[in-house]
Design a protein around this ligand. Structure first.
Ligand SMILES: Cc1cc2nc3c(=O)[nH]c(=O)nc-3n(C[C@H](O)[C@H](O)[C@H](O)COP(=O)(O)OP(=O)(O)OC[C@H]3O[C@@H](n4cnc5c(N)ncnc54)[C@H](O)[C@@H]3O)c2cc1C
Length: 214
């Protein structure tokens, strides 16, 4: 198997564009299903500690969709400076807030100014963070998460088909067995073990052919 992408790694949505050859022939990837990704904006804000009147303790909050009825538009907020005390100056609270996802795709693409207003409003409701944030940063991820939708079964089948039909091809990542960092690391470790066994058995086969093994 040969992939024309030199690093031989890519999210599933880009694998379809790769030129993979098997026995010198182009291996068609037309059976790969379309993969949907959800966009997310990440907004970092800081507030003066004295202005956060209800500083909840913990890792953060998730906002259930029902809370949209109460005007909350964010998906959740990590209390970054509480988890990592050196993350911000000691007189500030630093928050990492997520907006968008399948619940609110369009909002993920909003401008930094609009998102700042949304986050400020939600944090005011949730934490009684008063006034304007003293710092704002914004990162937009157009393909933040693959959607484990109705076609998830066909995605897994396609991955399985590639692994079966292309000796030396192994798939790991957030399309298989879970989205979280922990699960993708586990998926990578599993694939690495398979690669090692594959390489070991290939080199043993080669040595047997060359007669260098008894
Ligand atoms: C904003 C955000 C917040 C998150 N928060 C959390 C969290 O708090 N906890 C948690 O557990 N998970 C979280 N996740 C989910 C988790 O981080 C991801 O699901 C996981 O990191 C994905 O790992 P991966 O190896 O599958 O993909 P990635 O880490 O995205 O790796 C894909 C790699 O492929 C490379 N690549 C892309 N295109 C090509 C190409 N054509 N050719 C070659 N290489 C290519 C990229 O550069 C990248 O290095 C978050 C994700 C996002 C986006």
């Amino acid at each position: 198997m040969h992939a024309s992408n030199s690093r031989g790694q890519a999210p599933l949505c880009n694998v379809k564009e790769m030129k993979i050859t098997k026995s010198r022939n182009l291996y068609p990837l037309d059976f790969l299903p379309e993969v949907s990704y959800m966009p997310v904006s990440v907004i970092i804000t800081t507030f003066k500690k004295e202005n956060v009147k209800r500083p909840l303790e913990g890792f953060g909050v998730l906002v259930p969709s029902k809370e949209q009825e109460n005007g909350l538009k964010t998906l959740g907020t990590l209390f970054s400076s509480m988890m990592f005390p050196d993350r911000a100056p000691s007189d500030l609270c630093l928050y990492t807030t997520f907006v968008g996802g399948s619940r609110n795709k369009e909002l993920a693409k909003a401008s930094t100014d609009d998102l700042k207003q949304i986050v400020t409003s939600d944090l005011r409701q949730l934490l009684q963070a008063e006034g304007e944030p003293t710092f704002v940063n914004h990162f937009y991820w157009s393909k933040a998460f693959p959607l484990y939708g109705r076609n998830y079964g066909s995605v897994l089948e396609a991955i399985e088909k590639m692994e079966k039909n292309l000796p030396g091809f192994f798939y790991a990542g957030n399309h298989k067995d879970g989205l979280s960092v922990g699960k993708t690391i586990a998926s990578g470790c599993k694939a690495a073990d398979l690669v090692i066994s594959y390489l070991e058995s290939s080199s043993q086969e080669k040595m047997l052919k060359e007669g260098s093994l008894p």
